[in-house]
Structure formats: C-alpha cells, structure tokens
Design a protein around this ligand. Structure first.
Ligand code: MG
Length: 330
C-alpha cells in the first residue's frame, strides 16, 4: 500500500465531470488524499503548504491555467507537481507525454521516478506554463463570456475570432536584451512546442533550455490564423519554413510594448490589457518547476495528431456537447 498523494481539486469545476475525472477518482480512492480548494489563491496557498511540509509530490487536477496556480506554490521547493489533466486543451500535459485526460498514465508518472524540469517565465511577474499571446488571440479570449463557453464550447473561439478578424490590430514591438526590436501584430511566446491541442507551433522549443520561443507575426487576424495553422500542419515553425510575415526568436527575457491598446493571454486565459506606453516585462524565474512524467510518453500516432487538430477537436467537442444535452450524465 503506497502513501496517498495529496490532490488539489476545485470540487465545483465542471471539467471534473466533463472529463470523466470524477468517476475515475471514485475508482482510485486509495491513491489520493483529496484536498478541496475554492479559488486560485487558495490552490496556490495549499500547494505551498504541502510542498513546504515535505510532500515529494503535490498533485492538481485541471487545465493549464489551474496547473499554473498549483505550480506557483511549489516552485523552489523540493516537491514535484503531479498533474491530472482534465481541462479543455491540456496543451502542457500533452507535451509532457501524459496526454489529455489520460489519468492512468498521469498516476503512473506520479508513482514513477522520472521528473522533467520546466523553465517558468513571467509576464509582469505573473507566471505561465506553456503559452502567452499578445494581440488578436488574447482579444478573442477576452470576448468569450463564461455563458458562451458553456453553450458553444470551443466553437465560441471561431465565432469570436470572426468578430476580432475585422478589427484593426496595433503594431506590437518586442525588444530583446541586445536592443533588437521586432515588430508584428500578434506575438506568441511558447515554453514548449504546442499551441492549441496537439498542434506544434515552435519546432525547436525545449522546456529546459532556459529560453522562450517567440513567433512575431505581421498580419491582420485572418492572415495570422492561416499562418499559425499552416505552421501547425508543418509540425512547427523553423527558420527554414517561416514566411516574410513571421519572425522567430529565442530569448530569456524581453519587453513588449504596443502603439495602442492590446490584450494578452496566459495559458489560454485572458490576463490583461496593455495601453500605449505600458510595458510587459518577460523574465524567467530563478528556479525551474519539477513535473512527474511517465517513463514512456503516451504515444501519439499521425492519425491521433490529426484527430487532435484544433479544428477537428472543436467539431468533436461540439458533437460531445450536443450528445451531453440529449443524454445528460448524472
Ligand atoms: Mg525553452
């Protein structure tokens, strides 16, 4: 009998039920000591308390945003983060080989000895795990109301995307440590390779190289969308396959400014708005985060990758949602 792993969950999160995690936990009761949390701050505080009390593994259930809250509590301690990926996209967990909603693989990783070190970067002091976006992609996320998300699911991104596509996009400037300035209308910062589900955007990104990968795209929204999708179909942007509209950079810090108001998102959640004259400072935290990963990553076949493409994923989720409405669970 192994010692139960402390598991932080928000008992009211809809994703707990939608992802099937609730049912899975019911059949794995002896494995975990469930600790309910009621806010992001509470989650971070409880994660820190557990890590500081000497727990080797602190587990959390949720999507990338929720996992980041738990990570904030354990960075710099000796604990590793165990993740039960029950969010919508689970980009971070896919990249670490745990996959999306593969709870058995996640548990095996927590019991195993393999740990992945992950650099953590911050935007004006606020950390993110996988992605940060400045410009239209964040504008889309800001406009999606919880009601839209509930009724339309991932399709709300497409509808809102069309709305954002017709707007004017201010020029964003990324200033690198050596003083170089790179301009675009959409800036995407990646800690890993993926952007949205299985889609790779940064072919050369690694979690533990101390560097953040950046794509700075100079196009209006619809063009940005096609540019991003084409890179994802090519398994990621590299110096060889970028067009005149995209510039790639790697750095450990930078400053982002814009000529007019722009939104930014961290791990798929709206995080703030920069006014003209405001700066977003991107820096790396001194300590990396330790994550429990499986010995063998969850295999992703070409077909699986295709099925996990954001567009197909959106359609599949929509069908699931319709089925759920017709035959509600519980
Ligand atoms: Mg890196």
């Amino acid at each position: 009998m192994t010692t139960p792993i402390p598991l932080l969950i928000n008992p009211k999160a809809g994703s707990l039920f939608r992802s099937g995690l609730k049912a899975w936990l019911d059949s794995h009761r002896a494995e975990f000591r469930i600790i309910p949390t009621n806010s992001a701050e509470d989650l971070t505080a409880k994660a820190r308390e557990l890590a500081e009390s000497g727990e080797p593994v602190v587990a959390a259930a949720g999507g990338d945003g929720t996992l980041m809250c738990a990570a904030q509590g354990i960075i710099g301690t000796g604990a590793a983060l165990g993740i039960l990926p029950c969010g919508t996209m689970n980009v971070f967990s896919r990249e670490l080989g745990i996959g999306s909603r593969r709870f058995d693989t996640a548990l095996e990783a927590m019991h195993g000895a393999v740990r992945q070190e992950v650099d953590i970067f911050t935007v004006n002091g606020r950390p993110f795990l996988q992605l940060a976006g400045f410009g239209p992609d964040a504008g889309i996320i800001r406009r999606i109301t919880p009601r839209m998300k509930k009724h339309l699911g991932a399709a709300s991104h497409i509808i809102t995307g069309m709305q954002v596509a017709v707007e004017h996009h201010p020029i964003i400037t990324v200033t690198l440590p050596d003083g170089e300035e790179v301009c675009g209308t959409q800036v995407i910062l990646g800690n890993g390779k993926r952007y949205g589900g299985e889609g790779h955007l940064f072919a050369n990104a690694r979690y533990n190289d101390g560097l953040l990968d950046a794509a700075i795209i100079q196009l209006e929204s619809t063009g940005i969308l096609f540019e991003v999708i084409s890179y994802m179909l090519m398994r990621g942007a590299t110096d060889r396959n970028t067009t005149d509209f995209t510039q790639l950079r790697q750095f450990s810090s930078c400053t982002i400014t814009a000529e007019d108001t722009i939104d930014y998102q961290l791990d798929g959640d709206y995080a703030g708005t920069l006014q003209a004259g405001d700066s977003a400072i991107i820096e790396r935290l001194p300590h990396p985060l330790q994550i429990c990963v499986p010995t063998l990553p969850e295999p992703v076949t070409h077909f699986g990758r295709l099925l996990a493409h954001p567009v197909l994923e959106t359609m599949r989720k929509q069908i699931e949602r319709i089925k759920e409405t017709v035959h509600p669970r519980e």
